[in-house]
Design a binder for this molecule. Structure first.
Ligand code: BEZ
Length: 337
């Protein structure tokens, strides 16, 4: 009898010790993140590796890998390695690539509501622009991708648009008359420059340097970051820092893959892209003065043009594009002061 009691007591103590050890482990371990599934993602974008969007892609990768405890990995394909933006979006909607940072300019050709982001002078500065990501209208525009096999996750801003001129100091919109001007092949951008009297030339980024160098174009619509990374200061003498339009890339994901993620994993993805987007806008905002100085130091004349001179052209844009889509009208009504 004593033997049986002793055995029962030993067993009880043994079980208590086991339970305590298991509880101890639970307390030490990090809370389980997401589902436990493993993912090897691919992300594609068009900019060179020294552009802010690539740095933001690296930030996204770092956050995702850290917050999933290594269950999620990301391979980044920069600088159009996987083709044009049209090719990349096709690969993302078919699922051979998972994520993309795609210009809103290109996305506006597939989902017209993205045109709203090109309403000229809609925001004061990058801080205000970045805050617009969190608005209802910005989210409604992302949701227009739902029926294209794409999940619109967020926007990344990397500096507003400026105007570079090969050898003419343009001081007012009317000075643009007759200039052959490189403008991204996107209707709202092209229309804006047509309204200023310029002749827009649809050149993709890799062809721009030679075109301005050889005088095929007189100038270009660009951002300061890409001006420096592509060395346009070597071929253009004037930079009018107009900041007349914002320049988002749209973070997209294959919709099926997004929907198959557990709620926890969706949150890991969404949080990582949010951190990358804030990093992109905040870092870029803090570099504005440094970039202007870098360009001045190369001998470029860096100057401003008073926004008031563009007011008739802003009105023309709103009157043309507002009525084309209720979301564009809502965007204009939300952000125009
Ligand atoms: C452009 O086409 O102007 C451009 C594209 C991506 C980043 C910066 C500029």
């Amino acid at each position: 009898m004593i033997g049986f009691r002793k055995f029962s007591l030993t067993l009880l103590i043994f079980m208590l010790v086991l339970t305590a050890a298991a509880c101890g482990n639970d307390t030490d371990a990090k809370p389980a993140a997401g589902s436990g599934e493993k993912y090897s993602f691919k992300l594609a974008h068009i900019t060179p590796t020294d552009h802010m969007w690539h740095k933001a892609a690296e930030k996204f990768k770092e956050e995702l890998e850290k917050n999933s405890d290594g269950r999620m990995t990301v391979e980044i394909y920069p600088a159009s390695q996987l083709g044009s933006e049209a090719d990349m979006v096709q690969q993302i909607s078919s699922g051979s690539v998972d994520f993309g940072l795609i210009t809103a300019a290109y996305m506006s050709s597939r989902a017209p509501a993205f045109t709203a982001w090109f309403a000229p002078y809609a925001f004061e500065d990058l801080k205000e622009t970045n805050a617009a990501r969190d608005t209802e209208i910005a989210k409604k525009i992302l949701a227009t991708l739902d029926d294209q096999g794409l999940k619109g996750l967020d926007y990344l801003f990397a500096g507003n648009r400026v105007m570079l001129f090969k050898d003419k100091e343009v001081k007012k919109p009317e000075d643009m008359k007759g200039l052959a001007f490189r403008v991204t092949p996107s209707p709202p951008l092209q229309d804006f420059y047509k309204s200023l009297g310029a002749s827009p030339e649809s050149l993709p980024l890799p062809e721009v340097y030679a075109a301005v160098q050889t005088g095929v174009i007189d100038g270009m619509d660009m951002d300061l970051d890409a001006t420096i990374t592509n060395k346009y200061h070597e071929v253009a003498k004037y930079a009018a820092v107009t900041n007349h339009m914002v320049w988002p890339s749209v973070a997209i994901m294959n919709k099926d893959k997004y929907e198959k993620l557990s709620d926890g994993d969706k949150k890991i993805v969404e949080d990582a892209i949010k951190v990358a987007a804030d990093y992109s806008a905040n870092t870029r905002a803090s570099q504005e003065e440094e970039f202007k100085k870098t360009l001045s130091d190369t001998g470029m004349k860096v100057y401003e043009i008073n926004q008031k001179l563009f007011e008739p052209y802003i009105k023309q844009f709103d009157e043309k594009y507002g009525p084309t889509d209720p979301l564009i009208q809502e965007f204009i009504d939300t952000f125009r002061k």
